[in-house]
Design a protein around this ligand. Structure first.
Ligand SMILES: NC(=O)c1ccc[n+]([C@@H]2O[C@H](COP(=O)([O-])OP(=O)(O)OC[C@H]3O[C@@H](n4cnc5c(N)ncnc54)[C@H](O)[C@@H]3O)[C@@H](O)[C@H]2O)c1
Length: 332
C-alpha cells in the first residue's frame, strides 16, 4: 500500500501524518480550513492544532477532497464524530471499492448513538462492500508526534483487514495490536471520555489517589457492562482501547475532557468552558449518549448518570459524589 489519505488535520490527524509519513511513499493530509492549509503548505506546520511539529516532505497538504482521495489505498478519517456522516457522504463519489477505510475518530453519532464504523459502513454500502477498521488506544497526539513509544489497537470484524492495517501502520514507535471486536474498541474509546470528565472533577476538587483509582476501576466496570450488553468482549475493555485509554485520559494533563471536569469543579458553567476551548471535548456529548445507551441496553451506569446530572442540571460535584457513595451496597 503506497498512498495514504488522511482526512482531517486536527491534533490527531496531524500527529498521524507525522508518525505514518515514514510508512508510506505518499501521504495526503486534507485540511478543512483553506487558510490553515495555505499556511501549512508553506510552513509545514499545523500552527492551530499541533504547533511545533514539522511535516515530512512526502506529506502533501490539500484543501480539496477529490484531490485528497484520488488513488488512495488507505483512507484514514480523523474528524470529530459529529462530522463523520456528512464528510463521508461528501467523499463518497470519489471513493473506490479497492480502498481500505480506517476511522480514528472517537465518539458516537448524536441521536442515533451509532458507532463510527457503523456510520461509515452505512454510507459506503450505498456504493461498495465496506472494508472498514478502527484504531483506538492510549494516544495523546503530541506524544505520538514526538515519536514516543505508543501502543494501540486496530479492530475490524474482518481479521484480514486488521492485519493489513497493522502491517502498514506499525513502526518503531507505533505498535498496533489487532482485534475483531470493533464494538468493544469503539465503546471503550468513546465512553472513557465520560469518566475522564469525572477524573477532572476529582482533580479540580483537590481529592487524592483513592477516589481516582475508584473512579477509574468502577468507570471501567460500567463501560465493560455496556460494551458486553452491546455485543463486545469483556477482555477488549481490559486492553489498550479500554483500560489503557481510560488510565491515560484520567491521569494525563493533556486530556481536554479532563480539563472540562477540572473547570466544572472550579464552579465554571459548561457553556463558558466549552466557549473557551478551541478543540473538541467529545466527552460532553458522549455523556448524554452513554446515558441513552444505558437505558436502551438496560445497563446500570451510575458514574455516567451523575456526570449527566452535573453537565445538564448543574448538580454540584459534591452532591454527585455523595449520590455515588450512598447508592445501595453491592457485590463487585
Ligand atoms: N487529540 C488526540 O490526542 C486524539 C487522540 C486519539 C483520538 N482522537 C480523536 O480524533 C478525533 C479528532 O480529534 P482531534 O483532536 O484531531 O480534533 P481537533 O479538535 O484537534 O480538531 C477539530 C478538527 O475538526 C475539523 N473541522 C472543524 N469544523 C469542520 C467542518 N465543518 N468540516 C470538516 N472539518 C471540520 C478541523 O479542521 C480539525 O481538523 C476525535 O474523535 C478525537 O476523539 C484524538
Amino acid at each position: 500500500m503506497k498512498n495514504l489519505s488522511i482526512i482531517g488535520a486536527g491534533s490527531w490527524g496531524t500527529a498521524l501524518a507525522v508518525v505514518l509519513a515514514p510508512r508510506f511513499p505518499r501521504v495526503r493530509l486534507w485540511v478543512y480550513e483553506a487558510d490553515l492549509a495555505r499556511r501549512m503548505h508553506l510552513s509545514r506546520e499545523n500552527d492551530v492544532y499541533l504547533p511545533g511539529f514539522q511535516l515530512a516532505d512526502n506529506v502533501e497538504v490539500v484543501n480539496d477532497l477529490p484531490a485528497a482521495l484520488g488513488a488512495a489505498d488507505v483512507v484514514l478519517s480523523v474528524m470529530p464524530s459529529h462530522l463523520v456522516q456528512r464528510l463521508y457522504r461528501e467523499m463518497l463519489p470519489y471513493l473506490h471499492e479497492s480502498m481500505l477505510f480506517v476511522s480514528a475518530t472517537k465518539g458516537l453519532e448524536n441521536g442515533s448513538l451509532r458507532r463510527m464504523s457503523e456510520v461509515i459502513g452505512e454510507v459506503l454500502s450505498a456504493r461498495m462492500e465496506p472494508r472498514v477498521a478502527v484504531i483506538s488506544g492510549p494516544t495523546f497526539a503530541k506524544e505520538v508526534a514526538r515519536f514516543e513509544p505508543t501502543a494501540l489497537v486496530v479492530a475490524s470484524s474482518v481479521q484480514a483487514i486488521a492485519d493489513k492495517i497493522q502491517a502498514a501502520f506499525s513502526g518503531p514507535t507505533f505498535r498496533l495490536y489487532t482485534s475483531q471486536d470493533t464494538i468493544g474498541v469503539e465503546i471503550g474509546g468513546s465512553i472513557k471520555n465520560v469518566v475522564a470528565i469525572g477524573a477532572g472533577v476529582l482533580h479540580g476538587m483537590g481529592l487524592g489517589h483513592n477516589p481516582m483509582a475508584a473512579l477509574i476501576t468502577r468507570g471501567l466496570a460500567e463501560i465493560t457492562r455496556l460494551a458486553v450488553a452491546m455485543g463486545g468482549q469483556p477482555l477488549t475493555l481490559a486492553g489498550l482501547a479500554g483500560l489503557g485509554d481510560l488510565v491515560l485520559t484520567c491521569n494525563g494533563d493533556l486530556s481536554r475532557n479532563r480539563t472540562v471536569g477540572v473547570e466544572l469543579a472550579h464552579g465554571r458553567k459548561l457553556d463558558e468552558i466549552v466557549g473557551s476551548m478551541k478543540m473538541v471535548a467529545e466527552g460532553i456529548k458522549t455523556t448524554n449518549a452513554a446515558v441513552d445507551l444505558a437505558k436502551r441496553y438496560s445497563v446500570e451506569m451510575p458514574i455516567a448518570e451523575q456526570m449527566f446530572q452535573m453537565i445538564n442540571f448543574g448538580v454540584s460535584p459534591r452532591d454527585a459524589i455523595q449520590r455515588l457513595m450512598e447508592r445501595s451496597l453491592k457485590g463487585e
